[in-house]
Design a binder for this molecule. Structure first.
Ligand code: SRM
Ligand code: SF4
Length: 569
């Protein structure tokens, strides 16, 4: 085997090569009690194990003044393929958040759980805690396939269960095979291993050039925002039968300010695969990205850039060759919405009910007058259905037996956490905000902690114009990486500097068109000043059924973005 290493490879590639299938010196890093941090190379490797080393950014400057090292702690992301968790798993996450985290659970935009604030010494116990309820964090982050998303709502279609099962199969098939995770976190005894002992039949020893994301959706619902994924699979159903999936490739939202060669891009539809070939198709697409992706510049290494570099026809030809057959032509489908439909519904056939519960910013916590975390803990003690995490940071209590409906409603009401559809505007219920400060190292501005306050002010405008029920998608992030999918927001706010945001308009309501930059570096007054007249015009001049994003295009407020490459035009 050749040992020549390309000197231009990015730093992370060198770390992966030296890591012996993701082991690195993680065991030594964990044992070192002189610091709350890991050895520098291990900070890259621990991502593959589902964790990020972070600091409390609220305290950084004070700790520096006191000549202390930053307050290091870890975020851990627990994979939940398709977002489906049991009551036992919910209870465990709830307890681990209290025992080792900051007492809150974050439901993410990719249907996973995150714990924040876990100290280095508590990482093994937390990960062992997930393992005891058949959950893991491997591939939560890192240059591998991440949590596979799927429509969340089991009542939406007869074939929903089948589609979730395929999401789970894809996830299992693309989970790294290295035993490093088990050795480091679960066994406690690191076996000295060489490259020859482990095998990654799909990834190889350097894994992928960059993160990789897959989502499935069942029309007309696109709540998993499939076009922002490296692979999006659109389920095609006929007479209650799952036929297969339209395949879309090359979605991704991250970009860097000042680097126009980086851009958000929606995935392109390239054909149709029968349901029993979906896993294989995903594997082959992953291997093309493994072989063709850019390993020198991580800013240009996502599949979207690989495809734009080689051209879609060349990419598809290679896929057909690796599959040994050609994808069939895409089938017709229609998406209506990418948001969640809140409240109670009952399935006439099964008699089971479900509650789609609004969780502001995806943060499950207790605070005075609002004890959501306690209420859900109480419910998990008797709920025999599932806890389903949505891609919009909300929660579905699914498959609730008729005997539990009233009890669940009462518990939520008494905790001040009951669905309050009539009290909350549709704008607020559909809002997404990424974590940003105080834990995210990338944040230029607040998002999760600030958006509710901005919404207090925007709600006043919305109500004044009679738009309380207009489902306008607003999404805010603290930086341009796009974690709350802001470029698919009908109103996108992307942090540029403390208290300053770029405003994007013009995405559609179903996740099929990116938005466009409208104004830069707005503070709160600027955001309200810019949005108020546009909302007023929308209230007065919208056509029947016209979404806010479509209105801003039709009236010429912004130009439509047709593909990623014209996002910056
Ligand atoms: Fe993300 C990095 C949080 C969904 C694009 N994301 C991060 C990090 C790990 C920051 C870092 O690199 O140090 C954030 C951790 C903050 C914290 O304290 O928790 C972070 N991303 C999140 C979450 C928790 C946002 C949320 O509030 O829900 C979401 C977790 C998803 C999950 O469960 O797996 C999250 N991130 C997304 C999405 C949305 C999606 O996947 O549907 C995107 C845009 C889609 C995409 O990937 O293109 C996204 N995150 C990024 C990027 C930019 C990637 C790129 O191609 O440029 C980064 C930075 C990076 O990778 O270098 C990033
Ligand atoms: Fe952090 Fe930026 Fe992602 Fe927000 S969008 S969580 S600020 S990386």
């Amino acid at each position: 085997m050749s040992t020549v290493v390309n000197p231009k490879l990015s730093e992370v590639e060198h770390v992966k090569i030296a890591s012996r299938y993701l082991r690195g010196t993680l065991v030594d890093s964990l044992a070192n009690r002189l610091t709350g941090a890991l050895n520098p190379d291990d900070t890259h490797l621990i991502k593959f194990h589902g964790s990020y080393q972070q600091t409390d950014r609220d305290l950084d400057s004070e700790r520096k003044r006191q000549k202390l090292e930053p307050l290091f702690s870890f975020m851990i992301r627990v994979r939940v393929p398709g977002g489906v968790a049991s009551s036992a798993q919910w209870q465990r996450m709830d307890a681990l958040a209290d025992a080792y985290g900051n007492g809150t659970l974050k439901l993410t935009t990719r249907q996973t759980f995150q714990l924040h604030g876990v100290l280095k010494r508590n990482l093994p116990a937390a990960i062992q805690g997930f393992n005891e309820v058949q959950m893991d964090s491997i591939a939560g982050c890192g240059d591998v396939n991440r949590n596979v998303m799927c429509n969340t709502n089991p009542h939406e279609s007869a074939v929903h269960g089948e589609v979730v099962k395929i999401a789970q199969e894809i996830s299992a098939h693309l989970t790294p095979r290295t035993t490093a995770y088990r050795e480091i976190w679960l066994d406690g005894d690191l076996v000295e291993t060489t490259e020859a002992v482990d095998d990654e039949p799909i990834y190889g020893h350097t894994y992928l050039p960059r993160k990789f994301k897959i989502a499935l959706a069942l029309p007309p619902y696109n709540d998993s925002d499939i076009f922002s994924n490296d692979i999006g699979l659109i389920a095609i159903e006929e007479n209650g039968q799952l036929l297969g999936f339209n395949v879309a490739v090359g979605g991704g939202l991250g970009m860097t300010f000042g680097l126009p060669e980086t851009y958000p891009r929606l995935a392109d539809l390239i054909g149709f695969v029968p349901a029993d070939k979906a896993v294989e198709a995903c594997e082959k697409i992953v291997t093309i990205q493994r072989d063709w992706g850019n390993r020198e510049n991580r800013k240009l290494s996502r599949l979207k850039y690989t495809i734009d570099r080689v051209g879609l026809p060349a990419f598809v030809a290679e896929l057909h060759q690796r599959l040994g057959y050609e994808l069939a032509p895409t089938r017709p489908y229609q998406f209506h919405s990418s948001s969640d439909a809140f409240g109670w519904t009952t399935n006439a056939a099964t008699g089971q009910s479900q509650l789609v519960l609004f969780v502001e910013g995806g943060r499950v916590l207790d605070r005075p007058g609002y004890r959501l975390k306690s209420a859900l803990r109480e419910i998990s003690a008797f709920h025999t259905g599932e806890f389903r995490l949505t891609g919009n940071q909300n929660l579905i209590l699914a498959n609730i037996g008729p005997q539990h409906v009233a009890r669940i409603q009462t518990i939520l009401e008494e905790a001040g956490a009951a669905p309050q559809a009539e009290q909350l505007t549709a704008l607020r219920r559909g809002a997404l905000a990424c974590v940003a400060l105080n834990t995210c190292s990338q944040a230029f501005a607040e998002a999760e902690r600030y958006l509710p306050h901005l919404l207090d002010k925007l709600d006043a405008v919305i109500r004044a114009h009679g738009l309380a029920d207009a489902g306008i998608l607003i999404r805010m992030t603290g930086c341009p990486n796009g974690c709350a999918r802001p470029y698919l927001g009908e109103i996108g706010l992307v942090g540029r500097a403390p208290g300053r945001y770029n405003l994007y308009l013009g995405a559609d309501h179903a996740g099929e068109r990116l938005n466009k930059l409208y104004r830069e570096m707005l503070d709160e007054d600027g955001i309200l000043r810019e949005l108020s007249p546009i909302l007023a015009a929308y209230a007065a001049g919208r056509q029947p059924g016209e979404g806010f994003g479509d209105f801003t295009i039709r009236t010429g407020i912004v130009k439509a973005t047709v593909r990623g490459l014209d996002f910056h035009d």
